[in-house]
Design a protein around this ligand. Structure first.
Ligand code: PHB
Length: 399
């Protein structure tokens, strides 16, 4: 992409990481007349291929629209008004929109969001370098901040007023917060998700979250011809070690209903195993460095919150930077970490609750399984309980 030599030596905001968080931040800052440079370690093709979740809260859809990338999302995204909870051979619909005053979710894959953002940044002449490796961050203090990186075989330094660390869980940005200041919270779940992409029409008009003694299963969708399904597996499962027929048998068993429901089968075109973890880094800011998205927090995918939380961080950071540059105010920058962490922990609580509600822990006594069923019965018989689930599912990251 952009050659290192054509990147400026200074920007108001240096953005480490060109995933959805970094790109969206750059796009929002551009709209406010604030300059940024995005440094991304992967290639453009690699980034645009990355398969992740695809559930957008209303607030995320609104933010993407405000950032000027809402057009294809509105055309191709599918709005869902409910989800199904399935257990004990029965399906129960949670009418999300009815319970939340009309709010819903939009199914639109994360890599499509990334494609739209990259196209928008390039069309606006934004500085966006792929295959740029950040080697050192200087988070500054009273002085300017800096990012040292290599790109196209050359080493360079970007000086900036602020650094946004948007380089994900395995990125380098978080490491620039000294260990004496940084506190990390990590919980690893004793299971993973086996995910498949299937060439087939949708099995269900709405997402199905299933609890079964053999383990959790999830039916999701990508488009009219491409489906996404998951089932709980060992975190170290070898995705290639499974025959297609065995995958379908596993999904059928876990999703079976008394009325004989079966998933629509088709060629499995991609498969992967992800491990489930909860992670939070406190604080999310140090000197002139601000973390956003997976660099600061990871949620297990059950609550579908990862991308929504990242977008919410970026909205908060963009507002704070705009207040700084346009109004000379520093209060929103100063309170960034506290406000984002409150939301991150709310998402953590919801995601971990939904995860333990639906997964079978191999080491778990039957007592816990009975509690799961009692909780599910409560959710599917009490409007108050269902409303709490619906509010968190469609609208957690807005505030
Ligand atoms: C997905 O479509 O990939 C997906 C949907 C819902 C989740 C997680 C992942 O909770």
């Amino acid at each position: 992409m952009t050659a290192a030599t054509s990147l400026p030596g200074h920007a108001q905001v240096g953005i480490v990481g060109g995933g959805p968080a970094g790109l969206l931040l750059s796009q929002l800052l551009h709209a406010a007349g604030i300059t940024s440079v995005v440094l991304e370690a992967r290639s453009r093709a690699g980034l645009e291929r990355l398969i992740r979740a695809g559930v957008l809260e209303q607030g995320t859809t609104d933010l993407l629209t405000e950032a000027g990338v809402g057009e294809r999302l509105r055309r191709e995204g599918a709005v869902h008004h409910g989800i199904e909870l399935r257990y004990d051979g029965e399906s129960h619909r949670i009418p999300l929109s009815m319970l939340t005053g009309g709010k819903g979710i939009t199914l639109y894959a994360q890599h499509e969001v990334v494609k739209d953002l990259i196209a928008a940044r390039i069309a606006a002449g934004g500085y966006l370098a792929f295959e740029a490796t950040v080697t050192d961050l200087q988070p500054g203090g009273d002085g300017p901040a800096g990012i040292t990186y290599t790109h196209a075989g050359k080493a360079a330094t970007l000086s900036c007023d602020f650094i946004a660390g948007c380089d994900g869980f395995h990125g380098v940005a978080r490491q620039a917060i000294p260990p004496a200041v940084r506190r990390e919270f990590l919980h690893e779940y004793p299971y993973g998700w086996f995910g498949i992409l299937v060439d087939a029409p949708p099995s269900s008009p709405e997402l199905i979250y299933a609890r079964h003694a053999r383990g959790f299963a999830l039916v999701s969708t990508r488009s009219a011809t491409l489906q996404r399904m998951y089932f709980q597996c060992s975190p170290t499962e070898d995705a290639q070690g499974w025959r297609d027929g065995d995958i379908w048998r596993e999904l059928e068993q876990r999703l079976a209903t008394r009325s004989g429901w079966r998933p629509v089968e088709g060629p499995i075109v991609q498969r992967d195993v992800v491990s489930l973890r909860s992670f939070v880094c406190e604080p999310m800011q140090y000197g002139r460095l601000f973390l956003a998205g997976d660099a600061a927090h990871i949620v297990p995918p059950t609550g579908a919150k990862g991308l929504n939380l990242a977008a919410a961080d970026v909205r908060t950071l963009a507002q704070a930077l705009v207040a700084h540059y346009h109004e000379g105010r520093s209060d929103l920058l100063d309170s960034y970490s506290g406000r984002c962490l409150q939301r991150a922990w709310r998402a953590q609580r919801f995601s971990s609750w939904l995860t333990t509600l639906l997964h079978t822990d191999p080491t778990q006594p039957d007592f816990e399984a009975r509690l799961q069923l009692a909780d599910l019965q409560h959710l599917t018989s009490s409007k108050a309980a269902a409303t709490a689930l619906a509010e968190n599912y469609v609208d957690l990251a807005r505030h």
